[in-house]
Design a protein around this ligand. Structure first.
Ligand SMILES: *Cc1c(COP(=O)(O)O)cnc(C)c1O
Length: 228
């Protein structure tokens, strides 16, 4: 990305955020829900700290990053002057669990027993417990992170036992080449069955559909920060 492209992207962030918030509110109302039922997670992956600062200046307080290393490079320095919550939303390697627990307020991507072990150990060592979501690979795509559908119930029960109230919900990223709605509906049904209140689903292309299906968190990147 060129310097001028970056500058114009940053100049557009406040307007983009305003528009996305309006669309979220409209989608919530259309679904018979309250606009403040839906939390906007602004996904700043690949974007510079200046972009995060522009979003903070526009009142955004919840951010998502895919990679622990990138989150570590951008966010801790901002804690002194700003109040925000940081979500890790990308597939997590076991050896990054401790950094994630130290850095993040929310880890959205628990997806296998070995990672749950590593996160539990990190919580004990760091003395800090982020809120946790389980990522479900609702499309059962081999290359993707997330627990496959068939193993979801068992893994959810396992994590409930292990993490208790810190486990708050489910997250998914539907296959790119499919209608997202059935995936969102499946996830909403699964969360309801397990009594989990948080549903993290919907991105720039489909957050309104996700809100219609019950999303409580939407993770929106390019509609706010520009193309990557
Ligand atoms: C990148 C990403 C997003 C945001 O995607 P956009 O299409 O840019 O809104 C949301 N969730 C996850 C897990 C992502 O990796």
């Amino acid at each position: 990305m060129s310097v001028t492209e970056t500058a114009s992207d940053i100049a557009a962030i406040e307007d983009n955020l305003h528009r996305v918030r309006e669309r979220i509110a409209a989608a919530a109302i259309k679904a018979g829900r309250r606009p403040d039922d839906v939390t906007l997670v602004a996904v700043s992956k690949t974007k510079p700290v200046e972009a995060v600062l522009a979003a903070l200046a526009a009142g955004q307080t919840v951010f998502g990053e895919n990679r622990v290393q990138e989150a570590e490079a951008k966010f801790p320095q901002l804690r002194a002057g700003h109040r925000f919550r940081l979500h890790i939303i990308g597939g997590l390697q076991t050896n990054k669990a401790r950094d994630a627990v130290r850095l993040a307020d929310v880890i959205e991507t628990l997806d296998r027993p070995r990672l749950a072990d590593a996160v539990a150990a990190a919580i004990a060592k760091e003395g800090r417990t982020p809120r946790l979501l389980i990522e479900v690979n609702t499309g059962d795509e081999p290359q993707k992170s997330g627990v496959v559908r068939a193993d979801a119930d068992g893994f959810i029960d396992d994590c409930k036992g292990r993490f208790g109230a810190a486990l708050v919900g489910l997250m998914c990223v539907p296959p790119l080449d499919q209608e997202p709605r059935p995936h969102f509906e499946w996830l909403a049904d699964r969360a309801a069955r397990h009594g989990l209140g948080v549903l993290s689903m919907g991105m720039s292309a489909d957050f309104e559909v996700a809100i219609a299906c019950g999303a409580t968190w939407v993770r929106v990147g390019s509609a706010i920060f520009g193309h990557r």
